[in-house]
Write a protein of this length. Structure first.
Length: 347
């Protein structure tokens, strides 16, 4: 059995460091449902400013943030246009349909972004037989598209079209700061054409819990109402908000290290003959095709001390994060290369 484990399953496996734990322990708190938690209020003001939006609301999870944002900007029976591999569509337990009462219409665009023509064709015209197209959602970075970062120039034409046709635009920006680091730009510039945006503090930024939704003041009031309706009022949540504030101050620039480690893994695997599906602008994810069932590869890799995720019948995913060093990344890549090679020789 391996003496150590290198966990590349997800950047959700990060844990607070000593500085973050100290910030949490000393947080000034109050009842956030009453709007009286000073640390939550500070976080909401700070993240709204950083994203160039009027207001923000702190929520327990990215899934709740996306659901509340969708529900706040649609009506029962509306249609929401999303990528066919979007987190909202694949991983959020049909919450948009079950809770918000909307239908998701999927498009298959390059690295998660449709072209303008495809989006225009998908937007419904006036017809009593059809739902009303009310919201267009983008994802940045895009999880199932290999952590692809999407720049503002690709988002803007679709957002402009959506606005011209009366739709609002939401960005699932769970890993938006990864995209900003990849492009060397401000996160606000990436969502300037989006009406709302959600971000996660509990992935690459290393906080234990929490996300936020940003937008204009009126829609954030409605998102806050949905947070309450969904059971997301967290009372003395400043303990968690303190971790998020610490992450914003200390853990953004270091995301570049995660990207470099992902490139290292991809390079070692490619040199070993593995088929790596890299995004045009990669971040902290590596998708690898397998010659046999991905579950067989993950089981063998686990036996050797490397944990990775199954993303398809013959696709695995590696995600780098604050808990994985350069040495860990190189070691994990060499182990995975050996595992993949052994399976390939028997395929």
């Amino acid at each position: 059995m391996p003496t150590t484990t290198i966990d590349l399953r997800s950047d959700t496996f990060t844990v607070p460091d000593s500085g973050m734990r100290a910030a949490m322990a000393s947080a000034d708190v109050g009842d956030d449902v009453w709007g009286e938690d000073p640390t939550v209020n500070h976080l909401e003001a700070e993240i709204a400013h950083r994203l160039g939006k009027q207001a923000a609301v702190f929520v327990p999870s990215g899934t709740m943030g996306n659901l509340a944002a969708v529900a706040a900007q649609t009506r029962l029976g509306d249609e929401v246009i999303v990528d066919a591999q979007a987190h909202i569509f694949v991983y959020e337990v049909a919450g948009s349909a079950v809770v918000a009462g909307v239908q998701l219409r999927t498009l298959d665009g390059f690295e998660g972004m449709p072209d303008v023509t495809a989006l225009e064709d998908a937007i419904r015209g006036e017809d009593i037989h059809k739902p009303i197209s009310r919201l267009f959602c983008v994802e940045n970075t895009h999880n199932r598209r290999g952590g692809a970062a999407v720049d503002a120039e690709r988002i803007r034409p679709c957002a402009d079209l959506a606005h011209d046709r009366g739709l609002r635009v939401h960005c699932d920006g769970a890993r938006l700061f990864n995209a900003a680091i990849a492009f060397g730009c401000s996160p606000a510039s990436l969502v300037a054409s989006c009406d709302t945006v959600s971000v996660c503090f509990s992935k690459g930024l290393g906080a234990p819990v929490g996300s936020a939704v940003m937008g204009d003041a009126a829609v954030i009031d409605e998102v806050r109402r949905w947070r309450k309706r969904l059971g997301g009022g967290m009372r003395q949540a400043g303990i968690l908000a303190a971790a998020a504030l610490y992450a914003l101050e200390n853990n953004i620039e270091r995301l570049a290290d995660d990207h470099a480690n992902a490139r290292l893994i991809a390079g070692v695997l490619q040199d070993a003959g593995a088929i790596v599906n890299q995004a045009t602008v990669p971040t902290n994810m590596v998708l690898v095709e397998t010659a046999v069932a991905a579950t067989d590869v993950t089981a063998r890799a686990s036996d050797e001390g490397v944990l990775v995720t199954v993303m398809g019948p013959r696709t695995i995913r590696c995600v780098t994060h604050i808990g994985v060093s350069e040495a860990d990344s190189r070691n994990a890549a060499q182990i995975l290369a050996r595992v993949l090679s052994s399976h390939l020789s028997r395929a």
